[in-house]
Design a protein around this ligand. Structure first.
Ligand SMILES: Nc1ncnc2c1ncn2[C@@H]1O[C@H](COP(=O)(O)OP(=O)(O)O)[C@@H](O)[C@H]1O
Ligand SMILES: O=P(O)(O)OC[C@H](O)CO
Length: 548
């Protein structure tokens, strides 16, 4: 077991990644495949489910092939002493790597529907960022349903979540509703789609002989047992009751969703099935971990005690705090969500989602052309002492938590003739950090605790300047781990724990190491002034697109 690896599949909004971790938690191999973003109308965002699957499969096959070509540490040691060459007569080229388990983690809320018999999607995946159902959400809110929805699901009524997207597909694709009611269609988030595809028998690449031997050994899984989601992904659909941990009849009726199209519900660390024979070289691999990406990141950051929190700085920002075995109801417009279920033990979390974070830096690059690459923002912003009074509210697609204003728009204030590109770059980093501050404050008020530190990951956490600004504004320590692939880490750990690759959570806790710690350096009064100015700017950004 010591030489075997865990394969984490991290299916994100813009790319699919596959990472092989060894038993010490070190990354051995990594592959990434970007895939197509589809924007059929303003505010609509779709993915082709086949692109999601094919990019994920290609990334997984690439890391496995890379690992097969690379010597294992044991083989390398043996080769150094000449033993391997003597024993095998063929040097270092090894056969398929031993993979103990696969863990899946994924972009959440994104909604797919496919034919239960053929596996063919009936429509593109509607992505979490898609706003086509915003008006329907407004109507439900006006009809007074928001409080019941929040009480049962822990979520706010917003187009971000899956239920209204699923309803849209059932009502818009001819015949879909009747087929869903007849049990002919499957609804899934990306985890469910990947599990379905990974366990799909008779892949074209599978040799007939291999298939029959392996199928006899493992049995071809029935559709019902391959059609599964986990409680973390389910808790982002608006259809799942976080108290009963089951689909909720009242919510299904409200959104007109037939129960027959919903997947079975499982925990986050258990064997859900095996990869189909022939999909990867070697024997079928148990698929043993599954969690939404932010939940996996909370686990991978080892935020295992109540009060511990992490923030992921990617396209958006997703801040989560572990609240232990009790769902904390937010009084400050945050989300209550299932963090994970291990065996019968459920852990809950509070979450705040910022829609635009790293994407604001991309806008400086692609929209304003102030920089040529995202990392360049740091030198530009560091070339000035402060933002020169410029404030940027990066509400380019509205404001998420805790404001939830889909009509807010990006707002650049305080411009003078002395304003330079550097001031705007600095204001962008401050704007990202200020959005995170709003969430941390709301979270600490809800949870009644003041956590002394924030663990960070995601692409933009590479920016030392952004992390320092964040620490200054929050007045908290920022801890950046050595491995920032914490989402994939979390999925790998969940899978590895289920198959005994790691013996316990205490064993994996020793694998989390700090790369750098950032401590507040700005006087608190100066930080308070900046956040007060930010609050005034947010007020001006709100409701902008709603008209006069
Ligand atoms: N060195 C850097 N400094 C600041 N921002 C960065 C840096 N590197 C990447 N980014 C930002 O991080 C984001 C990508 O992070 P990533 O975690 O890969 O996002 P996602 O998973 O949402 O696709 C981009 O929006 C980019 O602007
Ligand atoms: O694809 P990511 O990593 O930006 O994550 C997307 C989130 O899960 C959406 O809620």
């Amino acid at each position: 077991m010591s030489d075997s690896l865990i394969l984490a599949l991290d299916q994100g909004t813009t790319s699919s990644r596959a990472i092989l971790f060894d038993r010490c938690g070190a990354i051995r191999h990594m592959a990434q495949r970007d895939f197509r973003q589809i924007f059929p109308q303003p505010g609509w965002v779709e993915h082709d489910p086949r692109d999601i699957w094919e990019s994920q499969l290609a990334a997984a096959r690439a890391v496995i092939a890379e690992a097969a070509d690379a010597p294992t540490p044991a083989a390398a040691r043996a080769a150094t002493s000449g033993e391997l060459a003597r024993a095998t007569g063929k040097g270092l080229t090894a056969e398929a790597p031993k993979i103990a388990a696969v863990g899946i983690t994924n972009q959440r809320e994104t909604t797919l529907v496919w034919d239960r018999r053929t596996g063919e999607p009936i429509y593109n995946a509607i992505v979490w960022q898609d706003r086509r159902t915003a008006e329907y959400c407004d109507a439900l809110r006006a009809a007074g349903h928001a409080a019941m929805i929040r009480e049962k699901t822990g979520l706010v009524l917003d187009a971000y979540f899956s239920a209204t997207k699923l309803r849209w597909i059932l009502d818009s694709v001819p015949g879909a509703r009747a087929r869903a009611e007849a049990g002919e269609l499957c609804f899934g988030t990306v985890d469910t789609w990947l599990l379905w595809k990974l366990t799909e028998p008779q892949h074209p690449s599978a040799g007939a002989a291999v298939l029959s031997v392996e199928a006899r050994k493992h049995g071809a899984p029935a559709a019902a047992t391959r059609f599964i989601t986990d409680v973390s992904n389910a808790s982002r659909t608006l259809l799942f009751n976080i108290h009963t941990l089951d689909w909720d009849e009242e919510l299904l009726a409200l959104f007109s969703i037939p129960r027959a199209c919903l997947p079975g519900l499982r925990g986050n660390s258990e064997v859900y099935g095996h990869t189909a024979a022939g999909l990867f070289p070697g024997p079928p691999i148990p698929i043993a971990g599954m969690a939404g990406d932010q939940h996996a990141a909370l686990f991978g950051q080892m935020c295992l005690r109540p009060g511990m929190m992490k923030n992921t700085y990617g396209t958006g920002c997703f801040l989560m705090m572990n609240t232990g075995g009790v769902p904390v109801t937010s009084r400050n417009q945050l989300l209550t969500t299932v963090a994970w279920r291990l065996g019968s033990e459920v852990t809950y979390a509070l979450e705040g989602s910022v829609f635009v974070a790293g994407a604001a830096i991309q806008w400086l690059r692609d929209g304003l052309r102030l920089i040529e690459s995202a990392p360049e923002v740091n030198a530009l912003a560091a070339s000035v002492e402060d933002s020169g009074g410029v404030v940027f509210v990066p509400a380019l697609t509205g404001l998420g938590a805790p404001h939830w204003d889909g009509h807010a728009r990006g707002t650049l204030l305080g411009l003078t003739r002395g304003t330079s590109a550097a001031h705007i770059a600095r204001a962008t980093l401050e704007g990202i950090a200020c959005q995170v501050c709003d969430i941390v404050r709301a979270m600490q008020a809800d949870a009644g605790t003041v956590c002394a530190e924030l663990r960070v990951d995601g692409g933009a956490s590479a920016s030392d300047l952004l992390m320092q600004i964040q620490s200054d504004l929050l007045g908290l320590k920022i801890l950046r781990p050595q491995t920032r692939e914490t989402t994939a880490f979390g999925a790998a750990y969940l899978a590895g724990l289920a198959v005994g690759h790691w013996s316990s959570v205490s064993e994996i806790q020793t694998q989390w190491h700090i790369d750098r710690e950032f401590s507040p350096q700005l006087p608190r009064e100066a930080a308070a002034r900046l956040t007060q100015t930010w609050a005034r700017a947010v007020d001006r950004a709100k409701a902008w697109a709603a008209g006069a």
